[in-house]
Design a binder for this molecule. Structure first.
Ligand SMILES: Cc1cc2nc3c(=O)[nH]c(=O)nc-3n(C[C@H](O)[C@H](O)[C@H](O)COP(=O)(O)OP(=O)(O)OC[C@H]3O[C@@H](n4cnc5c(N)ncnc54)[C@H](O)[C@@H]3O)c2cc1C
Length: 298
């Protein structure tokens, strides 16, 4: 294992000062389920590891019916998995943390760490993009907020600058009659990265017509992908039918999502298979989200 300096700041300001002093060679340690593997495999060689676990108040998440969900930098995937609030109001995000690694990993892995790792197949990113979540960043120049959709710039790369860390995520409160879905497709259910992931957040108006839909894809581009062409195709097809979803609208969205995905071939699947699965899963996720939107919140 590469040698590195190790520190445990107890405040956010101290953490930022340490990261800033480290220039690009200081890294944040949260659950360590990605970082320690990368250091051990010499994929990353930090000069300094800044463990943020001693900073109080980061391990919580809070829900307010008007404001939405705030997820602290140390809130674990297991904590969200076992939350009734997350299950009821953020079903896509909840599905992502249920079908995630193993229970041992979920007890350590943080949601923010999953976001900051910026893997194209990260499970929490598609539902967070579909839910219009934002990332709160703190650095030497103060705080700033970035949409999750714009946070990842490439595999393992983010908009974070030297000296910056993420303090929390914010997910807006869901509008009434909203259905949220995340479908993870892989060879196994547990201990498997997504071959393709699709998240949908879909809102109906009081008359049952489509009011809004956001679609996000995992593992079919260098970053999680907001499927804007699919959203536009859905709106157009639904508009022609007085706002009602139907087979033609689902097909139009699925086709557009397949066309805008940019999958690669790797050990998990060929590019063609991934593209086909985007079509299948987008159709299925939209259908399921529309059903959920029509049901009263449990
Ligand atoms: C066996 C195994 C199975 C896995 N299965 C899955 C899976 O099914 N789905 C999936 O998506 N992932 C999976 N992972 C990956 C991993 O568990 C997740 O990405 C995890 O959520 C990372 O969180 P962490 O707290 O462990 O982050 P860490 O490893 O501590 O950090 C990850 C990265 O984010 C940075 N970072 C962390 N917190 C912050 C912050 N607050 N501000 C700025 N940068 C920060 C770190 O510097 C590092 O670069 C798996 C990993 C293992 C080992």
């Amino acid at each position: 294992m590469t040698r590195f300096d190790y520190c445990e700041p107890t405040t956010l300001d101290e953490a930022v000062a340490l990261l800033d002093a480290g220039g690009g060679r200081a890294v944040v340690l949260a659950g360590g389920t990605d970082l320690l593997v990368q250091i051990r495999e010499r994929v990353r060689r930090p000069a300094q590891v800044v463990n943020i676990k001693k900073i109080l108040g980061l391990d919580t998440f809070e829900f307010d019916a008007a404001e939405g969900l705030t997820i602290g930098a140390l809130a674990t995937t297991r904590a969200l998995e076992t939350s009734d609030t997350v299950r009821r109001h953020y079903a896509g995000l909840h599905a992502a943390v249920v079908h995630f690694a193993s229970i041992q990993v979920r007890h350590r892995a943080t949601v923010v760490g999953n976001v900051c790792r910026a893997s194209p197949s990260a499970d929490t990113l598609p539902p967070l993009v579909a839910d219009a979540a934002t990332v709160r960043i703190l650095g030497p120049d103060g705080a700033r907020t970035v949409a999750v959709e714009e946070f990842c710039t490439g595999p393992g790369r983010t908009v974070l600058r030297d000296g910056e860390l993420v303090t929390h995520l914010h997910v807006p409160a869901p509008a009434p009659r909203t259905g949220k879905v995340y479908l993870k497709h892989g060879r196994r259910v547990e201990m498997e990265l997504a071959t393709v992931g699709v998240a949908v957040s879909l809102t109906l108006d009081a008359a049952g017509a489509l009011a809004d839909a956001r679609i996000a894809l995992a593992a079919v581009a260098p970053t999680p992908l907001r499927a804007r062409s699919a959203e536009a195709a859905l709106r157009e097809a639904v508009g022609a039918r007085g706002g009602r979803l139907g087979a033609a609208a689902l097909d139009a969205a699925a086709e557009a999502a397949m066309a805008e995905s940019r999958p690669i071939a790797d050990v998990r699947a060929s590019a063609d298979y991934r593209r086909e699965m985007v079509g299948v899963l987008v159709r299925r996720a939209l259908e399921r989200a529309a059903q959920l939107a029509e049901e009263p919140t449990p």
